[in-house]
Ligand binder design. Structure first.
Ligand SMILES: Nc1ncnc2c1ncn2[C@@H]1O[C@H](COP(=O)(O)OP(=O)(O)OP(=O)(O)O)[C@@H](O)[C@H]1O
Length: 577
């Protein structure tokens, strides 16, 4: 019930259309009632007069009812689709905005396929609930009430019996709603697991093939599919029993009403037209409930899919806006960066990824962070962007705690050239404009030239308008990186983070990338996350991380001449310098 109340709240903004759908459905039910009454009258007239001509007007009325109903049902269908589409669209917008607010910190804790299943499939499953089930609830409340009062007037006993059955019928679905709660949840869990597994397999297809592991993966997928099949069948068989109970109440209701009416006819307390009216009206009384029963199946898919939707809608971001005081805007000029005794663990209780890290980058300086894999280098970047907040200590930009900036202005101060350049499906120009939304073609070209990317872009079939495939698969690693440099140039932020690529590119590409990076670094405070040592030789300062702490700092030559963590790292990577 609680869940249904929350689902009802989702219709805000589409309630007029929802009411219109219910009104159209009610009008269609009205045509059934009038048709029933006209049929009763026609049968009575023919029994009394034996002449077909006496029922011509009733037949005309029945035909009019049928035509009118066809039009009303068609309009109701259109309206139902409109309601469902409006709710789905509003909900998807809210979910997408929520995901943007939650940011990478949330997505790291969820499987991409499961999030996709929520935003696409769970929302889609609400179609039946919003478009058909909800309007039918209104119809099933109003129409039987009207008909039962008519039956009461005709024969109070028949009226009371019909009322009893009308009240019992909806209990089937309601009871099962409660009983099935767990089955529905299991069904959606199995569904999103299968979705996540499938997406993972598609994205990792090359790796699976290279390791000859597609057969094994196929078996896992088959297992997940079998789980989904079992969960679906369990849910279906139980829900069919539920609607069976409701169906029984409906048929029993009509039979009882007619049976008791026939008895009263025999006793002389009811007339033949009265019995005929009961016959037709009691059938019409249960029709909206029978339809509700059918739509409940459709609606139930939405009800069982909705917990995942609400969980996402109510998820709280791991970082809050301007957590300290009123947010401040972006700074200009070169910036200093400071980490002051920063302690951070990904999940509380885990060994901290940063265990009291302190270091500084002066305005315009280039500082390289080095350390073994897992030392905490990438974590430093995640904290600078405030994808997470440290448990203690503080991080400053231009002397201010970064929690004082609004998230937008903080992120506008930092440009990043990441390890893996993500290119969206779209043109080269569109991908570059992520750096600056309103960049002119001339600005795009200037940035691409500085990033040594213009020549290869110009050689593409449609230059800057060439579509680069999903994940940029049509470009080489080195080319993608030069596009990332051009993006960062366009962003023109005072703080630059170079998260160095781990995979090496050929010498010609490497030289072009290094030259582009030199140009990008000039006049900016730069933090280099160095996974290889070969690129840090010229840094103003090198900070060596070990288990989330800075254990050494200095220039390459000075550090190399002393025994310590840096010298050990260099020895371990000998040959790369
Ligand atoms: N999303 C995450 N959730 C939980 N633990 C994480 C997460 N990301 C990193 N860690 C852990 O935090 C520690 C620091 O990881 P981090 O990625 O910052 O290291 P790194 O120095 O960048 O390593 P590499 O050079 O291999 O990229 C490691 O112990 C790692 O296992």
């Amino acid at each position: 019930m609680m869940l249904q109340r929350r689902l009802l709240a989702l219709t805000r903004g589409a309630r007029v259309r929802l009411a219109a759908t219910a009104a159209l459905g009610l009008a269609a039910t009205g045509t059934y009632i009038v048709q029933g009454l006209l049929t009763a009258r026609a049968v009575d007239q023919i029994l009394r007069t034996g002449s077909w001509s006496s029922i011509l007007d009733s037949l005309g009325g029945i035909a009019a009812c049928i035509v009118l109903r066809i039009a009303l049902v068609w309009l109701r269908e259109v309206s139902a689709v409109e309601v469902a589409s409006a709710v789905k669209q509003m909900l998807r917008t809210r979910l997408f905005n929520r995901l943007l607010l939650l940011g990478p910190g949330y997505l790291e804790t969820r499987r991409t396929g499961a999030v996709q299943a929520t935003v696409v499939d769970s929302v889609e499953a609400l179609e039946g609930y919003m478009g058909y089930y909800l309007p039918q609830v209104c119809i099933a409340l109003c129409a039987p009430a009207l008909i039962v009062s008519g039956l009461f007037a005709l024969d109070p006993v028949v009226g009371a019996l019909t009322l009893g059955c009308v009240l019992v019928a909806p209990f089937g679905p309601t009871l099962y709603d409660w009983l099935l709660g767990d089955y529905g949840r299991r069904h959606w869990q199995a569904y999103s697991r299968l979705g996540a597994q499938f997406l993972d397999s598609m994205q990792g297809m090359t790796t699976l093939k290279a390791f000859n592991a597609s057969g094994r993966r196929g078996l896992t997928l088959q297992r997940e599919a079998t789980d989904l099949y079992r969960a679906t069948m369990a849910q279906m068989s139980l829900s069919l029993v539920g609607s069976g109970i409701a169906g029984l109440a409906l048929s029993a209701g009509t039979a009882l009403a007619v049976g008791v009416g026939a008895l009263h006819l025999a006793e002389g307390s009811l007339s033949i037209p009265g019995l005929l009216t009961i016959l037709f009206l009691s059938a019409e009384c249960f029709r909206p409930l029978a339809d509700l029963n059918t739509y409940w199946h459709l609606g139930y898919r939405g009800i069982s899919a909705s917990p995942a939707v609400f969980e996402l809608l109510e998820a709280q971001p791991v970082v809050g806006e301007a957590a300290i005081s009123g947010s401040v805007g972006a700074e200009s000029g070169t910036l200093a960066v400071g980490f002051e005794n920063v302690i951070f663990a990904y999940t509380d209780g885990e060994r901290p990824a940063l265990g009291g890290l302190s270091f500084e980058v002066g305005p315009g300086e280039t500082v390289a962070l080095v350390g073994r894999s897992g030392a905490g280098k990438s974590t430093v970047v995640s904290l600078l962007f405030r994808f997470f907040d440290p448990q203690s200590g503080r991080i400053t930009l231009a002397g201010r705690d970064i929690r004082e900036y609004s998230l937008e202005s903080l992120r506008s101060l930092i440009a990043v050239v990441p390890q893996e350049t993500y290119l969206f499906h779209g043109t080269v120009a569109e991908n570059l404009r992520l750096g600056r939304r309103d960049a002119t073609p001339a600005q795009l070209e200037a940035a691409a030239r500085t990033a040594n990317a213009h020549d290869f872009i110009a050689e593409m079939p449609e230059g800057y308008q060439t579509i680069v495939g999903e994940r940029g698969l049509k470009l080489s690693g080195g080319q993608r990186q030069r596009l990332a440099i051009a993006r960062a140039l366009l962003k023109d932020a005072p703080l630059l983070i170079l998260d160095e690529a781990t995979s090496s590119v050929d010498a010609a590409n490497e030289a072009q990338i290094q030259q582009a990076l030199e140009r990008l670094r000039s006049g900016r405070t730069t933090l280099v996350i160095a996974h290889r040592l070969s690129t840090v030789v010229n840094a103003d300062r090198i900070v060596v991380l070990e288990q989330g702490q800075a254990v050494q700092a200095g220039r390459h030559r000075d550090l190399l001449s002393q025994p310590g963590a840096y010298a050990r790292l260099v020895t371990a990577q000998q040959g790369t310098l």
